[in-house]
Design a protein around this ligand. Sequence first.
Ligand code: ITT
Length: 189
Amino acid sequence: MNKIVFATNNANKLREAAEILAPLGIEVISQREAGADCDPEENGATFAENAMIKVKAVYDIVKIPVFADDSGLCVNALDGRPGVYSARYAPKGQECAKLLEEMKDIPDNNRAASFQCVIAYMDEKGIFTVNGGCIGKIGYEEKGTNGFGYDPVFVVGDKTMAEMTAEEKNALSHRGAALRALYEMLAKG
Ligand code: ITT
């Protein structure tokens, strides 16, 4: 099984990536396990820039294959916010409540949103990025206890992502799509 270091300090992202990549024969190791205890400043203007900042910082330390994930929620009615600022939009655990408050007067036909994920991968040959997206809408209340972040208010079909099993979320999520694209790139050699 190939081993790749995941440049993240987010335990939920780490769990999801391990679930998605293990069946494809890739073992995911956390940056901490690999000896890279860093948290670089994410001062890029785009998901891709931030993903590259994170992957380079960890690759410089571990010098074995690394990927990083920069992701977030883009809400149409908010001109794409919180976007790259999704992790900083509200204190952890309060992001859904803040978003619901901001969306309280937005009608049903204008509640579309997407989760976006850019994965940057780096090894001795160089660096590349792949993307994944997932279209849904913002609900009216928090529902479900699985997942993390904005999952309780992000509705796809008739469920929020927090009401889905891990398998259901991974099959349609932005992170699942981006990680499968990463796998396809690596499989090509
Ligand atoms: P690392 O930078 O250490 O990977 P982070 O949580 O700071 O961890 P980001 O800067 O990429 O990661 O911010 C992503 C934020 O977007 C995350 O904290 C959530 O609030 C939100 N987010 C991303 N993917 C999500 C998902 O699958 N479900 C719910 N919220 C998600």
